[in-house]
Write a protein that binds this ligand. Sequence first.
Ligand SMILES: [Zn+2]
Length: 88
Amino acid sequence: MMTKETERQAKTGISKTQADCSARQQLWEVLLNATSDLFFLEREQLRAALDGTIAPERFGTPLQNAQSRKHQAQNAYLEHIEQHGCWE
Ligand SMILES: [Zn+2]
């Protein structure tokens, strides 16, 4: 039986075009942006909690939004490279 893993291995190394996939690079940038937004909010939340200047619950919704955007970006990226086989 041909698993997805062996399919991927079979594809790896045969296609330079797939390794340079621009769709993957785009998804990667979206993921990086979403990840850095999330880190920023988490850092701000931590700082606010330490200072006691801003109620931590103020961050609830933006933080959840950032987390869900990061998850979506991550899933989209992983799904793409799995289906397209475009990684080094
Ligand atoms: Zn691709």
